[in-house]
Design a protein around this ligand. Structure first.
Ligand code: BGC
Length: 761
């Protein structure tokens, strides 16, 4: 690294001797004035993507390659003007770079933190900021300038393959968690790229899918989280999404990238495309999409030709170049930061362990099955995933971690004794299963097959006699169910539902253990929502652990043992049936995994949900639908149990003019220290914008760890403008006059206190 950096510095010094304007010493305008059309184009179009250089039309082999192997992209350095390169690297569950390098015995592993959904489920902005700060430190110390994260698209439907990277079905949760993450990462002096802006709600045909969404649903649901993070945390960059929005590619959409993002919200940074997204470089430049990533020869040629033939206004180009230069001036590489390549991975492991624990959601705990009793030491550990824990999803959101703690390892470290005979059986079974899956993968001729998530092993079943003896020999049974997903494909209904073998396993283990008075606990090591309605009556307890990062097994053990009290809450609904989500009617349910049609492939499709996805549900996404239309759910939005109990009292709503200050007392009424998430929903009057959801989350906070008997007053601030709805006719936010009910509770279905407020015009 240092070598490269010194080369850049040497270039800067030599150039300044020759008194050419230098970035930093001269005004940006003077620097731009010295740039040729080709140099401007090279700054705006990235230098290509590692591993894609064989496709000469797609990728450029730039002189800045190989600085941080495995990073997402780099920009061109222009040394005679003192412009260094800038390195962009993926997130969001941690930094994604190659863990090993050619001719180098050192390793470059990064910490695998819990996936986005798990972090959001903490509802703890301070904790997410801390996680962000650790990730940002790895970005800085590994020589990356901008992290391609956070990702905050809305969980429109449980089947979106990348929901795990995203936070919630609710834009307030998404925006607030994203803002905390951005603040944490950027506190290190490195940048973020909030993505994918916007309405990138499916992976199927993502580069060519046209999301047809009303302006109201865009404003209130799909853009709202981005608005919050832009206004509250000033991310250095935004990444436009692949899809079309109402007929225009997001990256070519001036309304989105200039009128809304910059003029309305005040975004000051640079916008980059998603990788190889969009078609028309001139339209992208005009829209305010400053950087084309990772860049290809074709795009470079097209941009230079457009400049040379005046097909693009040079003021637009200079404006975009200026934004990129302003961005470069903030980077550690520009400032000559001597990165160590040695972040404190041990300290970060402790943070991921704790944050994963706090994001886990206790869905069921009958007869206080958890925490495990003092006498429960011998554990019958069922489910392949118990021995093969899933840290995170696949694709760009993956992290090259040094290790993953399995549940079996986590239990052993916590002093439990998982059944040794079962471990042997599962090891043998997993070996065969993995060979079978690898074989099937090798035989798959689809060129993109290698990018798809690796399928999970099948489940192993036990005879009645085996189960009887395991139930005699052990104190408790744990069953882990695993689900993975990743970029490029949506989940299938079979990934959402439990399999026949899983059902048999649940039935038979519960029958055998319950017959001898022993408990069964199910751990969900899952990418996203699965079907729970049909089987949740079987086990005594269910813990949703999400994909919980590299310390996952330790984090689960902390909860099972009672070392940590669960305090996560669902940031999305677990529906009774998939089809209960309105969006399921307009989602590519069980579409072929790798469908990529449309202009980029030379094929255009009008096929419903492949070519065109109509967001007919409007703002009725998640609980906004379930609560308004009184559709029963398996577990509601905001839900999650604790080992203790809380009381809510003394609700007060004060009108402070522009804002309301809502305060409420939360007391720990149980026997164990714990944290509670306080959720404020507001029910607005039906008015000009008629069909309002019955209530919407308007603020939330998490208490500190309250000791038994202790009380905390939680204050929440709600801006009056945040209570408004978007009027399609006037294209304006409207605050209706009338009666507003402020509801405070522990989930969208568990409202404890209410207060009415009147808003007069
Ligand atoms: C993903 C982005 C990612 C980029 C760079 C794209 O395929 O959609 O989220 O940042 O690749 O790896």
């Amino acid at each position: 690294m240092k070598k490269n950096h010194y080369l850049v510095l040497a270039g800067v010094l030599m150039a300044s001797c020759a008194s050419t304007p230098q970035l930093g010493n001269s005004s940006i305008e003077d620097v731009i004035a010295q740039m040729s059309n080709e140099e401007k184009a090279k700054l705006l179009v990235g230098t290509g993507m590692e591993g894609r250089e064989e496709n000469t039309d797609e990728a450029i082999v730039g002189e800045a390659r190989g600085i941080v192997p495995g990073a997402g992209a780099v920009t061109y350095p222009i040394e005679h003007l003192g412009i260094p390169t800038m390195v962009l690297g993926d997130g969001p569950a941690g930094l994604r770079i190659s863990p090993t390098r050619e001719n180098d015995s050192l390793t470059y592993y990064c910490t695998h933190f819990p996936v986005g959904t798990a972090l959001a489920s903490t509802w703890n902005q301070q904790l997410v900021e801390e996680v962000g700060s650790c990730i940002g430190n790895e970005v800085l110390e590994y020589g990356v300038d901008v992290l391609l994260a956070p990702a905050l698209n809305i969980h429109r439907n449980p089947l979106c393959g990348r929901n795990f990277e995203y936070y919630s079905e609710d834009p307030l949760v998404s925006g607030k968690i994203a803002a905390a993450y951005v603040k944490g990462v950027q506190s290190n002096g490195v940048g973020t790229s909030v993505k994918h802006f916007a309405a990138n709600s499916q992976e199927t045909n993502r580069k060519n899918n046209n999301a047809v969404v009303s302006e109201r649903a865009l404003r209130e649901i799909y853009l709202k989280g981005f608005e919050i993070v832009v206004k509250e945390a000033q991310p250095w960059t935004v990444m436009s999404s692949y899809n079309y929005i109402n007929g225009t590619y997001a990256s070519e959409n001036k309304w989105l990238l200039t009128d809304v993002l910059r003029d309305e919200w005040g975004f000051k940074g640079a916008v980059m495309t998603d990788w190889f997204g969009g078609l028309d470089v001139v339209a992208q430049m005009n829209a305010g999409n400053d950087m084309i990533e990772p860049g290809s020869n074709k795009q470079l040629r097209e941009l230079i030709a457009a400049m040379d033939s005046n097909k693009v206004n040079m003021d637009v180009i200079d404006r975009n170049v200026k934004r990129v230069l302003e961005l470069i001036q903030k980077t550690p590489r520009y400032h000559g930061y001597a990165y160590s390549n040695k972040p404190d991975l041990k300290a970060h492991a402790a943070v991921t362990r704790q944050s994963a624990t706090e994001g886990m959601v206790l869905l069921k705990n009958e007869g206080k099955a958890l925490p495990l009793s003092e006498s429960a030491k011998h554990i019958a550990l069922f489910g392949c995933t118990s021995y093969d824990f899933i840290a995170g999803g696949t694709g760009s959101g993956d992290v090259h971690h040094a290790y993953v703690v399995s549940l079996e390892d986590g239990l052993k470290s916590a002093g439990y004794t998982p059944d040794v005979q079962m471990k042997e059986m599962y090891s043998r079974f997993l070996e065969t299963e993995k060979a079978r899956l690898a074989d099937a993968r090798a035989k798959n001729t689809d060129p993109m097959a290698a990018h798809l998530p690796v399928e999970r092993p099948d489940e192993m079943l036990f005879s009645t006699a085996e189960l009887k003896s395991l139930a005699q020999a052990n104190d408790v049974a744990l069953i882990t169910l695993g689900r993975s997903s990743g970029e490029f494909a949506d989940r299938s209904t079979s990934n959402f539902n439990i399999t026949e073998k899983e059902r048999t396993l649940l039935d038979s283990v519960c029958a055998a253990f319950h017959a001898v008075g022993k408990k069964v606990v199910v751990i969900l090591n899952i990418t996203g929502v699965i079907e729970t309605q049909s089987w949740k009556n079987l086990p005594d307890a269910i813990l949703c652990a999400w994909m919980s990062g590299q310390e996952g097994g330790n984090s689960v053990a902390d909860i099972l043992s009672g070392k940590a009290n669960p305090s996560g809450k669902l940031t999305m609904t677990f529906p009774a049936r998939l089809e209960d989500h309105l969006s399921t009617a307009n989602f590519p349910v069980d579409a072929p995994a790798m469908v990529q049609l449309g202009p980029q492939s030379g094929k255009k499709s009008d096929e419903p949900n492949i070519g065109i996805t109509k967001y007919e549900e409007g703002v009725y996404v998640g609980y906004r639908h379930f609560d308004t239309h009184q559709v029963p759910v398996s577990y509601p939005f905001g839900y999650g149990l604790s080992y203790t109990t809380f009381s809510f009292s003394n609700l007060s709503v004060k009108d402070l003019g522009e804002t309301y200050e809502v305060s409420v007392d939360i007391a720990n009424t149980g026997q164990t220290a714990g944290k509670e998430v306080v959720q404020l929903y507001v029910s607005a009057p039906v008015g000009k914008v008629t069909d309002k959801p019955v209530h919407e989350l308007r603020a939330f906070a998490k208490t500190s760890a309250l000791e038994p008997g202790k009380k905390e007053t939680v204050n929440l601030i709600v801006k009056k403008t945040d209570l408004s709805s978007f009027d399609e006719n006037t294209h304006q936010w409207v605050l209706e006059s009338g009666k507003y009910v402020f509801e405070v509770g522990a989930s969208s279905k568990d409202i404890m206190l209410k207060e009415e407020i009147n808003i007069t015009k």
